[in-house]
Design a binder for this molecule. Structure first.
Ligand SMILES: O=C[C@H](O)COP(=O)(O)O
Length: 253
């Protein structure tokens, strides 16, 4: 692996209210402000809070390298789309990342390959880095997992390619069966899938960094950072001390 920064991304999903979100942000801001991995630029950090808390989170992290993004966006930039939030607005607010195609959005909110492709284009069009979630539904071989992920990636990029849009994509490899589970996929399995994904990306002429999500927590990064570019964290970083302890693992790279 190269010396590119390790990515630590975190989605708060809809777990926290306002007070707990802002408390989490303050505690993590204080931990990262003095952390060597952060001070030495060895980590790229992003947080995806609920939409209404994007601005206050940005304020709390304003003196740190933590960047803020959104857990979703609409595929159009403006118009009669009640309740939706556009990439244009997010970019105007200073958001830097947009999560797209999470398994929960596919399962609960009818997100399809088509909407994922439209949203990926919308993110790139507005200068947001898509955090594109891919992953196999059922537990199988690493080859099957990588094949499913690469097919999802190809499909997700179709609209951006049609519109001639370019930009960095972060591929969040999240085996659906490991999301919300008691533990993550095994480090060996994650490493194997990430290696296959890297080969597949290179063969297809795509550039994307790969992070792993799905019950990731303390102790995992140090075991997969030769293969993955970082972690996409959920429940197991709800405790700010857990987030800080994962930062300690970055030092080992
Ligand atoms: O967005 C994050 C992933 O879905 C992982 O969530 P989890 O770690 O709570 O399983």
């Amino acid at each position: 692996m190269n010396a590119a920064p390790i990515i630590l991304g975190m989605s708060l999903k809809m777990y926290f209210g306002q007070r707990r979100t802002l408390d989490w942000c303050r505690e993590v801001a204080s931990a990262i402000a003095r952390h060597p991995a952060v001070l030495e630029g060895r980590v790229e950090l992003f947080l995806l809070p609920s939409f209404p808390l994007i601005a206050p989170a940005q304020e709390i992290f304003s003196t740190t390298p933590m960047r803020i993004g959104a857990q979703d966006l609409h595929w159009e930039d403006q118009g009669a789309f009640t309740g939706e939030v556009s990439g244009a607005l997010l970019a105007e607010m200073g958001a830097r990342y947009a999560e797209i195609g999470h398994a929960e959005r596919r399962r609960l909110f009818g997100e399809t390959d088509e909407t994922v492709a439209l949203k990926t284009a919308a993110a790139l069009r507005n200068g947001l880095t898509p955090v594109l979630c891919v992953g196999e539904t059922h537990q199988g071989s690493a080859e099957q997992a990588a094949q499913a992920c690469l097919a999802q990636l190809e499909s997700a990029l179709t609209e951006a390619q049609r519109q001639g849009l370019h930009g960095e994509v972060i591929l969040a490899y999240e085996p659906v069966w490991a999301i919300g589970a008691a533990e993550s996929a095994t480090p060996a399995f994650i490493a194997e899938v990430c290696d296959l994904l890297r080969t597949g990306l290179s063969n297809a002429g795509h550039r994307a960094r790969i992070i792993y999500g799905g019950s990731a927590g303390p102790g995992l990064l140090s075991r997969i950072q030769d293969s993955a570019d970082g972690l996409f964290l959920g429940r197991f970083a709800h405790d700010p001390r857990a987030f800080a302890s994962i930062l300690d693992e970055v030092q080992l790279r």
